[in-house]
Design a protein around this ligand. Structure first.
Ligand SMILES: C[S@@+](CC[C@H](N)C(=O)[O-])C[C@H]1O[C@@H](n2cnc3c(N)ncnc32)[C@H](O)[C@@H]1O
Length: 407
């Protein structure tokens, strides 16, 4: 079905091709300038042409004659209306495309306003015969184009992006993460990234997520996959839960890529260490309660780490990741220095529809967590701020699409 204009958009390769411009006014000057820039062989015919009108064009100071159309591929009729009609009629008879600059409705061809981006990206717009609208579109689209990630999606050498995907809600993905997913050839995905993030890619998906205690794909193997896929020319997104550099082994992956000479970038994500307590109404710092916070892994059930944490002053909030299994040991060591009444909260599956928070004290949390059958992934918050959950409640607006790849 034809559009309301009945005009078919096309880009012409005019390099070295003869193009006739009839007229030498401001419109003709703009057209000549654009045609010369694309390498066309421009012939200008007009009774009066300024000396410096178009260096590089062939100028004929006289009236248009029919023989001017010999060997011409395209005509820009920019003269007086009656001349344009004659030019356009003769051109049509000869099967030559002619733009009548004075009469868009009668013209067989229009010249679009061109907006260019990197690497041959181009938008040609028509204002529907209204040059003012075309200019407005040109301004607005130029601005919009500058905000789009226009790096090539195909070809060229491969690259790796270490992308933090946040704690589970796709609405918390960064714009950069979305752009990279859209352009990816391969996505190497963790278990704790948002499931809905995978809908943003057309790339091949490799699941390499580790469950607690079951490192099915070893870190060294993941590093190798990233390097091998990039070396095969693929744009690889390494999709990681939270932030890639917060207990995410992103540093090791970065080193492996750099060592192999791979083009690699890091895209920070919203870390669960801060975002999951926040979702439960727990700010990790709060005036009069906590002057700082410490994020640590509880993975490995390491009593030496617990002893270090026991030495942390009570006004520093302790945020433990991977702490479900080692909770009894951690709490036992912490109780050697900390007040047993220290508020302690566990936030399970933050930023998912199943988010739940267990409120306790340091002395009761092991029992309360066991009774509630708390499971990973969970964040343990130890410090005065943990009590704020009971006062402030759940404050996250979790989107319906939230959920983890692990589910
Ligand atoms: C290997 S660490 C990765 C942390 C991640 N790089 C980050 O910045 O959030 C995995 C741990 O993060 C925590 N975690 C990640 N997502 C979570 C969520 N949605 N709810 C609760 N805890 C989460 C859990 O403690 C989990 O065991």
């Amino acid at each position: 079905m034809p559009t309301i204009f009945g005009m078919y958009p096309v880009f012409l390769r005019l390099t070295g091709k003869r193009v006739l411009v009839v007229g030498a006014g401001p419109v003709a000057a703009r057209r000549v300038h654009g045609l010369l820039a694309e390498g066309a062989q421009v012939v200008v015919v007009a009774p009066e042409v300024d000396e410096d009108f178009a260096p590089g064009a062939e100028i004929h100071r006289r009236q248009f004659t029919g023989s001017d159309l010999d060997g011409v591929w395209l005509v820009q009729a920019c003269g007086p209306a009656e001349v344009n009609v004659r030019v356009a009629t003769l051109a049509r008879d000869l099967g030559i495309w002619c733009v009548d600059a004075a009469d868009a409705q009668q013209s067989d061809a229009w010249t679009g306003s061109l907006i260019t981006g990197p690497d041959g990206v181009a938008i040609a717009v028509s204002g529907g015969g209204d040059p003012g609208r075309a200019r407005l579109l040109q301004t607005e689209l130029t601005r919009a184009l500058s905000e789009i990630d226009l790096r090539p999606t195909r070809g060229g050498p491969g690259a790796v992006a270490l992308v933090g995907a946040g704690p589970g809600d796709p609405d918390l993905l960064t714009v950069r993460a979305r752009d990279l997913l859209a352009a990816a050839d391969v996505v190497v995905a963790d278990r704790l990234a948002p499931l809905a993030a995978l809908e943003l890619t057309h790339g091949r998906i490799l699941h390499v997520g580790k469950t607690p205690g079951d490192h099915t794909v070893e870190q060294a193997d993941i590093n190798e996959i990233l390097v091998a896929e990039a070396q095969a020319g693929n744009r690889v997104v390494r999709l990681k839960g939270g932030d890639p550099f917060v207990l995410g082994r992103g540093g090791e992956e970065l080193m492996a890529c750099l060592a192999a000479g791979i083009d690699v970038e890091v895209v920070p994500g919203i870390t669960s260490a801060v975002a999951v307590p926040a979702a439960a109404g727990i700010p990790v710092t709060h005036r009069g309660m906590a002057t700082g916070f410490l994020v640590a892994t509880a993975h490995g059930e390491d009593p030496a780490l617990a002893a270090h944490l026991a030495a942390i002053p009570p006004e520093i909030t302790i945020v433990l990741l991977m702490g479900v299994r080692s909770l009894p040991m951690m709490v036992e060591v912490l109780l050697s220095t900390r007040d047993p009444q220290t508020p302690t909260a566990i936030v399970e599956r933050g930023w998912t529809p199943e988010q739940r928070t267990i409120s306790a004290t340091l002395s009761t949390v092991v029992r309360v967590a066991a009774e509630a059958d708390v499971r990973a992934p969970s964040i343990v918050v130890i410090g005065a701020v943990a009590a704020l959950h009971e006062q402030l409640g759940d404050v996250a607006r979790v989107s319906p699409a939230a959920g983890l790849i692990a589910d």
